[in-house]
Design a protein around this ligand. Structure first.
Ligand code: NAD
Ligand code: UDP
Length: 317
């Protein structure tokens, strides 16, 4: 494929930085945009001296025009419950105004557009596993709504720009993803458990630990996103690993991967915490010939060096 000029919003974040790496490795010119609200320059520091990479500090809730681009990957948004609770209004604004600004940019340059949506669009799902045709069970005024409803708006906006303006839009519903560069302090379960285990501190189980999640390793996720961006599919596609774990089982996997003897302690379950989550990936298999290849134990082992570096005070990876 001929090299392209590609804009990645949220480039200094966990997923954005891995996406920049993959696009750069293919020979593309990559423009990263980030306001560093939850991301970290260190995540893309290894690309900083490259002529085909540029990092721009900008808040995408304000319009941004870097000149002609061939593709826009829109990943900017606080993503962990701790981050979007702290940055509630900012999360609503980046999902709404920010997404519309990036759709306008894609429309102006006749560029492709992919939006990072989320399994949170399904809320606390009554359908299991979650299939893309399920409309979800979201509390529109609950503490998670700043994230969930912003993402649901951004999906509606992408579909509208596709239907009314013919923009080549793609929507990926990302399920819990982990790996190196997951921010050590963003409160997500894998980062919390890995850091706690490596420090020999108790692992904090919220509720009784019977709630489930399905964890996808970052390289599998990035491959799915790239395939979707080059497909003709405009409807949402779930990308995630369908292997489902209770949070207690997840804690056990972390203890095995780290060789830690940490104990488990129980803390209150946050309000509206989804009870069960597992992607139905039939559509991804059919349309993208994609499925994940790395299981949780393998992915935790691949992430170990990064989390060890975090606990030693250095997190460059
Ligand atoms: P992250 O917090 O590591 O990265 C998000 C990046 O967006 C950060 O670098 C942050 O500084 C930047 N950002 C936030 N608001 C911005 C704004 N207004 N302007 C410019 N930059 C802004 O999170 P992540 O895990 O890498 O998530 C990336 C995307 O994928 C998010 O849109 C998230 O909702 C989505 N997603 C992630 C997961 C997951 O498991 N990691 C699951 C579902 C969806
Ligand atoms: N969780 C937990 N202990 C922690 C962090 C999270 O038990 O230290 C639980 C949390 O309540 C949720 C699951 O793990 O049920 C996943 O939480 P995370 O914040 O990673 O993602 P999300 O809730 O957005 O899926």
């Amino acid at each position: 494929m001929a090299s392209q000029t590609i804009l990645v919003t949220g480039a200094a974040g966990f997923l954005g930085s891995h996406l920049c790496d993959a696009l750069f490795a293919e020979g593309n010119s990559v423009i990263g945009v980030d306001n560093f609200s939850t991301g970290n320059r260190d995540n893309v520091a290894h690309l900083a001296s490259q002529s085909r990479f540029k990092l721009v500090e900008h808040d995408i809730t304000r319009p941004f025009d870097p000149g002609k681009v061939d593709y826009v990957f829109n990943l900017a948004s606080p993503a962990s419950p701790i981050d979007y609770s702290r940055l509630g209004v900012e999360t609503l604004m980046v999902g709404s105004a920010g997404t519309v600004n990036m759709l306008d940019l894609a429309r102006k340059y006749n560029a492709g557009f992919l939006h990072a949506s989320t399994s949170e669009c399904y809320g606390d799902p009554e359908v299991h596993p979650q299939v893309e045709t399920y409309w979800g069970n979201v509390n529109p005024i609950g503490p998670r709504s700043v994230y969930d409803e912003a993402k649901r708006f951004s999906e509606a906006a992408a579909m509208a720009y596709h239907r009314y303006y013919g923009v080549n839009t793609h929507l990926v519903r990302i399920f819990n993803t982990y790996g190196p560069r997951l921010q050590p302090n963003d409160g997500r379960v894998i980062s919390n458990f890995m850091i706690q285990a490596l420090r020999g501190e108790p692992l904090t189980i919220y509720g009784d630990g019977s709630q489930t999640r399905s964890f996808c390793y970052v390289s599998d996720l990035i491959e799915g996103i790239l395939r979707l961006s080059r497909s003709d599919e405009h409807l949402p596609v779930n990308i995630g690993n369908p292997n489902e774990f209770t949070i207690l089982e997840c804690a056990h996997e972390v203890l095995v991967a780290t060789g830690s003897k940490s104990e488990l302690i129980f803390k209150p379950l946050p309000q509206d915490d989804p009870t069960r989550r597992r992607p139905d990936i039939t559509r991804a298999r059919a349309v993208l010939s994609w499925e994940p290849s790395i299981n949780l134990r393998q992915g935790l082992e691949k992430s170990l060096a990064y989390f060890k570096a975090c606990t030693n005070g250095s997190s460059k990876h």
